[in-house]
Design a binder for this molecule. Structure first.
Ligand SMILES: *[C@@H]1O[C@H](CO)[C@@H](O)[C@H](O)[C@H]1NC(C)=O
Ligand SMILES: *[C@@H]1O[C@H](CO)[C@@H](O)[C@H](O)[C@H]1NC(C)=O
Ligand SMILES: *[C@@H]1O[C@H](CO)[C@@H](O)[C@H](O)[C@H]1NC(C)=O
Ligand SMILES: *[C@@H]1O[C@H](CO)[C@@H](O)[C@H](O)[C@H]1NC(C)=O
Length: 399
């Protein structure tokens, strides 16, 4: 069922991978991932595409620029232009309203940081019932999907722009992994591999208790998962799962079809990584009165089991036109903290709770689609140019 592929065969195509970003930041992004200063107003029509993943209550997700909820705003249609929505006032970006996120689970590993959870994505304009899509730094034109999308994290102690990340967003769930380091045999590109775009959060990000994790907030350390779709074999080497994909190509010889990947979905990930040093929080909040979007208080973040203030600058911005001094719709309280147990990893493929446990047919949650051809959320279909065909033919040769 799985093609056996020596790891060495993967290496040439990944040799150019890197960890920190070196190309320019997106043109609509601020230069740095900073909090809005006190005295300013959150720009609820911002086009910032700078997302950040720092912790359980300090991260950003993607959402449509048009928040009307109209069908044309399905993620699959707007991937190149989605914008940043953040849990705290930062990055010149829009804000996720309090209560939208019903669960968030943050994991810091030596190779990546990751968050996953559940939300009411309609609160940021995701179309009700939208199966969603996969966002990544590549996209049809290799300018990012969205174009100009960039990602930072401060888990190393300072804010760093990272090159490789992947994110799944649907109306009811989300996940985001930012690859912050690499080893001799696992590149950042491999650990943030973004082509399994119909497999969903639970499979791609190796989340054991995915659906049980709603309505809770945790922050853990953890060991890295196996790179998405890779299965370490006892004697060394790997078997590889490739999402099945059928596309069309055209050249001098005419038009034809090609297929890559497997027809059978593996029942589970290689293993579920162990977690440790977990903290549990009751909720998260943005600290902003979304009645008028005014930034009036020092932001606080949840870390090490407590609420910590962060320092920000101040400014004196006049109230933007069209914004009234409305009553508070959102408190500034932060979740309370408590310690919780760690979980040990399971070293062998789990017989349940794996890929077959999905209860949703969303792109973020589905995994039954491995035999289907990919619809609107595939990067490849969008850019069926010669270079793309060459890449896919390369993938066929690899397999
Ligand atoms: C911004 O994203 C693009 C596209 O992924 C990437 O090439 C570039 O290095 C990133 N720049 C920064 C500063 O993050
Ligand atoms: C809010 O963002 C939009 C889109 O980038 C921009 O046109 C507008 O000037 C911004 N408003 C403020 C007050 O900065
Ligand atoms: C990378 O090497 C380490 C140490 O030899 C090994 O434990 C791990 O399984 C390898 N992972 C991959 C994806 O090659
Ligand atoms: C998560 O819990 C909320 C209630 O807090 C519920 O409305 C939502 O449907 C749940 N999401 C999923 C995917 O079960």
């Amino acid at each position: 069922m799985l093609a056996l592929l020596p790891l060495i065969a993967l290496l040439p195509s990944l040799a150019s991978a890197q960890v920190t970003a070196t190309n320019p930041n997106g043109v609509t992004n601020p230069d740095k991932p900073e909090f809005y200063p006190i005295g300013s107003y959150v720009n609820s029509t911002s086009d910032s595409r700078l997302i950040t993943l720092n912790g359980v209550d300090d991260f950003c997700l993607w959402g449509p620029p048009d928040q009307s909820g109209a069908p044309e705003n399905e993620i699959g249609n707007v991937e190149p232009i989605v914008v940043a929505y953040c849990t705290k006032p930062r990055n010149g970006a829009r804000l996720i309203p309090d209560g939208a996120i019903t669960a968030a689970h943050f994991i810091k590993t030596p190779l990546y940081v990751q968050i996953h959870g559940f939300w009411d994505g309609t609160k940021v304009g995701i179309v009700a019932g939208d199966a969603g899509g996969e966002l990544d730094p590549h996209g049809a034109e290799n300018l990012g999907n969205p174009i100009g999308g960039n990602v930072t994290s401060n888990v190393g102690g300072t804010d760093v722009f990272y090159e490789e990340w992947m994110s799944f967003i649907s109306y009811d769930q989300f996940c985001l992994r930012v690859c912050t380091a690499e080893t001799g045999n696992v590149t950042a590109a491999l650990q943030c591999e973004h082509e399994l775009d119909i497999m969903g959060c639970q499979f791609v990000m190796a989340i054991e208790d995915f659906y049980q994790g709603n309505n809770s907030f945790t922050s853990c350390e953890g060991e890295p998962a196996a790179p998405p779709g890779l299965y370490p074999q006892p004697g060394g080497g790997y078997s590889t799962f490739r999402q099945r994909y059928t596309g069309t190509y055209s050249n001098e010889g005419g038009v034809g079809y090609f297929t890559v990947g497997q027809t059978v979905t593996p029942s589970s990930v290689a293993f579920y990584p162990a977690t440790s040093n977990c903290q549990t929080y009751s909720t998260i909040s943005n600290g902003i009165n979304t009645g008028d979007w005014a930034v009036t208080a020092t932001p606080s973040i949840l870390a090490a089991g407590s609420t910590q203030a962060v320092s920000v600058g101040s400014t004196s911005q006049s109230r933007p036109s069209g914004v009234s001094a409305a009553a508070s719709t959102s408190g500034a309280s932060s979740g309370s903290a408590s310690a919780s147990a760690s979980r040990s990893g399971s070293g062998s493929p789990a017989s349940s709770g794996g890929a077959s446990a999905s209860a949703s047919n969303s792109a973020a949650g589905a995994n039954s689609g491995a035999r289907a051809t990919v619809g609107g959320s595939s990067n490849f279909i969008v850019g069926a140019g010669a270079a793309v065909v060459g890449m896919l033919v390369g993938a066929v040769a690899l397999l």
